[in-house]
Design a protein around this ligand. Structure first.
Ligand code: G
Ligand code: G
Ligand code: MN
Ligand code: NA
Length: 251
């Protein structure tokens, strides 16, 4: 049976889960956000990585219902957390550019009662590949609702700074690939991290540095001005049932 068929069945049978990875504010070690990451355990396949099944869903229309489910679920789950903790949801370009996306976001907020300011949508530059007028219109409508927008995987792909001139992002997420090499002697990755944080600040945006695994990496990104960090050094993604205890016990 094809992976896509299994995935469709899993969604219908409510076998997909959202796990959440904390985002930590370095200055006071507080958890200020959680990124929702899809998890799927299949009876025969075992754990299937979203890195594998999301692209399969994106190549079909299943990304629509899959993404709707994640938005609704994440908003509902976030209602059980302290209201100082935001929830970030990854949104595929195909989902973002589909008709009705803004309504789905509104529905998820309304159904859950979540404050729009607590919902952050993580987009990648691929949303700029399509019709730019329609994209601009979607951005405007989302800002009107009051949700936050983050540009994910920043610095990879076909980065173009021109997107930042007009798109109303609230946050840039520095890609893990820069962190992986930030402790190297040549310091180029560390310098790029400094530059991205500076750019982000100059434009009035927040920055999250992603994928920090080791203490020496944390030291480098701190020295480079990072304020928000997400990575295994603090925590991996965890199920909803573990979150309250994690937040209460502190970092
Ligand atoms: O959790 P992990 O690092 O394995 O995720 C792998 C990839 O899958 C990441 O690029 C992540 O953004 C993506 N991903 C995880 N959950 C979702 C989701 O709910 N929607 C979308 N569009 N992508 C997701
Ligand atoms: O593409 P996106 O940035 O949404 O993907 C986030 C992915 O990065 C998730 O799959 C998450 O599991 C993974 N991730 C987050 N922190 C770390 C880390 O410290 N190390 C590694 N290897 N992966 C991480
Ligand atoms: Mn992300
Ligand atoms: Na990323």
């Amino acid at each position: 049976q094809l992976l896509l068929d299994d995935l469709r069945e899993a969604l219908a049978a409510e076998q997909l889960e959202l796990h959440y990875q904390p985002v930590v504010r370095i200055k006071d070690n507080l958890v200020v956000g959680m990124e929702a990451l899809m998890r799927w355990e299949h009876a025969e396949r075992g754990w299937v990585s979203p890195g594998l099944f999301i692209p399969v869903a994106e190549d079909s229309s299943l990304i629509g219902p899959l993404g709707d489910w994640a938005l609704h679920r994440a908003c509902r789950d976030a209602m059980e957390w302290p209201d100082t903790v935001r929830v970030a949801v990854n949104v595929s370009a195909r989902q973002f550019t589909a008709n009705g996306f803004v309504d789905i976001v509104s529905d998820a907020l309304q159904a859950s009662g979540l404050d729009p300011d607590r919902l952050e949508l993580e987009l990648t530059e691929s949303v700029f590949m399509g019709d730019s007028e329609a994209t601009d219109e979607t951005f405007r409508a989302l800002k009107k609702i009051g949700v936050r927008l983050a540009l994910d995987d920043f610095g990879t792909g076909y980065s173009s700074l021109s997107y930042l001139r007009s798109a109303p992002f609230d946050k840039l997420k520095v890609d893990k690939s820069f962190v992986d090499s930030c402790t190297q002697a040549d310091q180029n990755s560390a310098k790029i991290i400094t530059a991205i944080i500076g750019l982000s600040k100059a434009l009035g945006m927040e920055t999250t540095v992603e994928g920090v695994e080791a203490f020496d990496q944390l030291e480098v990104v701190k020295a480079r001005g990072a304020e928000l960090v997400q990575g295994w050094i603090y925590a991996k993604a965890m199920p909803q049932s573990a979150i309250l205890q994690h937040i209460e016990s502190g970092v």
